[in-house]
Design a binder for this molecule. Structure first.
Ligand code: XMP
Length: 537
């Protein structure tokens, strides 16, 4: 759903997270979801916050059938107002005093079902009101948004919690399990919010706490086997990254060699990457893997191309050509028809695709490999299989650990599909890729030795092919520049430069200049995202 200039999908998914952390399975559904089209019956419903006012034109409203379902309902912020709106309490107004951030909630106990929401909690607790931790009041006011609150209780409801500025900070129906909270229990600034959500999900809805990775593996293997059938074949691209490796291992556990993994060497991979991936996937994880060396084709196609977007498009398109060719060969060799294509879609991608996109909402465009799934589905009639679709990144990592994938692989930094091609600025040649590759190897190795790898979101070395003058030995040199980039980030949507010690960067620079021929200078990129992106191109 959505509320008033406040938290949007960025916090809505946190509700899902908090519930999964207590092993309760939860799904985030779009506010446009029709109950009749839902294939499973929820034990409870949470209506989230979001950037609207219930009376705004175009504001999202929940299918009324959800209110008839007879399961407990908890409304948060906009969700609370939606409940009031549905119950014809025409009484949501702009609050007289705006309430940002921290507030103290005083709980009122009435006995009976109402008290279950606050079970085990103090009568007074800190809560986080109505806006995201990144939105400062000034930004918020500048947008002219007003926090809306209830001015009257809907019929049949009690107030079960008040704050200084919000008389109806928490409400509950007197006899039905329907609750509303003006504050956000899902954010960490509401320290007892997790317990509150647990009280609702487990205590009130009776949800089972069985969402664990070992249960997930068992269930998913059965589902994959049923879906694919006893002879079905599945094809999937792997990159050596966490998601594709975990998905490939899961498919291997389910159907063995009827899963065919393909690794395409595009000539722009990291040092020893192909050999390492081959070794780990084939030997350690027993995955049926084919490595296709298309490096020359890729490098030949990139010749003369300076434009970042055109480089990306070429690599995406070429990747599909190579992959399709390999799919034909695998099909010719294998006993049955290849009907399925494995895609490592994660839950955040699903969330982005179901988000209610109102007039002022912009959603990040996703990087995918030039629509490979669409082309394989249309051209070869392949069907998609997406075993990680329900999982967040850290759940995928946990799944990887359960599947005995090494900690080193499970904790790897992301690496972009086009690889070093977007880390060599401008035209890509084998020599330039080699320089970026060697510098990157040194930088990442030193980060690991210093014990900093897991603290950094992503790090790499890129090549700036402009040249600078230097003196090496007694000679004047005129050589390339290496750019180091390392960032701290939560979600890769925003990032800040990683604060290395000066001494560390200085040692990295010395080694790179000494060991990578053709390089005479090293610079560290201090740009945050935004305005910089994480990758150079
Ligand atoms: P940017 O550069 O947009 O990157 O700030 C955000 C995250 O996305 C990764 N990235 C890609 N991943 N294919 C991918 O699979 C791509 O084309 C691609 N481009 C960027 C980037 O490494 C960072 O983690």
């Amino acid at each position: 759903a959505g509320s008033n200039g406040t938290l949007s999908t960025h916090s809505t998914h946190l509700i899902t997270r908090r519930l999964r952390e207590i092993n309760v399975y939860s799904e985030m559904l779009p506010c446009t979801q029709k109950l009749a089209e839902l294939t499973w019956k929820p034990k409870g419903i949470i209506l989230s916050g979001g950037p609207y006012s219930v009376y705004e034109e175009g504001a999202p409203h929940v299918d009324p059938a959800f209110f008839e379902l007879g399961v407990p309902i908890l409304g948060i912020c906009y969700g609370l107002q939606e409940i009031a709106h549905r119950l014809h309490a025409d009484n949501v107004v702009a609050g007289t005093a705006r309430e940002y951030g921290h507030a103290d909630l005083k709980a009122t106990r009435f006995g009976g079902h109402v008290d279950k929401l606050f079970e085990g909690l103090e009568d007074s607790m800190p809560v986080w009101m109505s806006h995201g931790d990144k939105v400062r009041p000034s930004t918020f006011e500048a947008r002219g948004a007003k926090i809306r609150q209830l001015c009257n209780l809907p019929e049949g409801f009690h107030t079960i919690g008040e704050t200084k500025n919000s008389e109806y900070a928490a409400i509950a129906h007197k006899s039905e399990p329907v609750y509303g909270l003006q504050f956000h229990p899902e954010v960490t600034h509401t320290p007892q919010g997790g317990q509150l959500l647990k009280n609702f999900a487990v205590g009130i809805c009776g949800a089972q706490q069985t969402w664990t990775m070992s249960e997930f593996i068992g269930r998913e293997i059965i589902r994959i086997r049923e879906l694919v059938g006893p002879t079905g074949q599945v094809l999937g691209a792997v990159s050596g990254g966490v998601d594709s490796t975990v998905a490939a291992k899961l498919l291997t556990e389910a159907i063995g060699d009827r899963f065919h993994a393909v690794l395409v060497d595009n000539g722009c991979m990291r040092l020893n990457e192909c050999e390492t991936v081959k070794d780990v996937l084939q030997k350690q994880l027993g995955i049926n893997l084919t490595v296709v060396d298309a490096s020359e084709e890729f490098l030949a196609g990139l010749k003369g191309e300076h434009d970042p977007e055109k480089k990306r498009k070429f690599i995406g398109g070429k990747f599909i050509d190579v992959f399709e060719e390999e799919a034909r060969k695998i099909e010719a060799k294998s006993s049955g028809k290849v009907e399925w294509f494995l895609q490592g879609t994660l839950y955040p991608d699903v969330i982005e695709s179901i988000s209610f996109k109102g007039p002022s909402q912009t959603i990040k465009t996703h990087h995918n490999v030039g629509g490979i799934a669409e082309r394989l589905m249309a051209g070869h009639g392949l069907k998609l299989i997406e075993p990680l679709r329900e999982l967040f990144k850290d759940e995928v990592r946990e799944l990887g650990r359960q599947l005995k994938i090494s900690e080193e692989l499970v904790g790897r930094h992301p690496f972009p599909g086009p690889g070093l091609a977007i880390r060599v600025l401008g035209e890509v040649t084998k020599e330039k890729v080699d320089m970026a590759r060697k510098a990157d190897h040194i930088f990442i190795g030193m980060i690991r030795e210093a014990g900093l790898y897991d603290d950094i979101g992503q790090a790499y070395a890129a090549l700036d092919p402009s040249r600078a003058v230097g003196v090496m030995g007694d000679k004047r040199v005129y050589a390339n520049i290496i750019l180091l980039r390392a960032i701290s980030t939560k979600d890769f949507m925003t990032a800040t430069p990683y604060p290395f010690a000066y001494d560390f960067l200085s040692k990295v620079a010395t080694r790179i200049v000494n060991e990578v021929e053709g390089v005479c200078r090293v610079a560290y990129d201090f740009t945050s995202k935004p305005p910089g992106t994480i990758e150079m191109e």
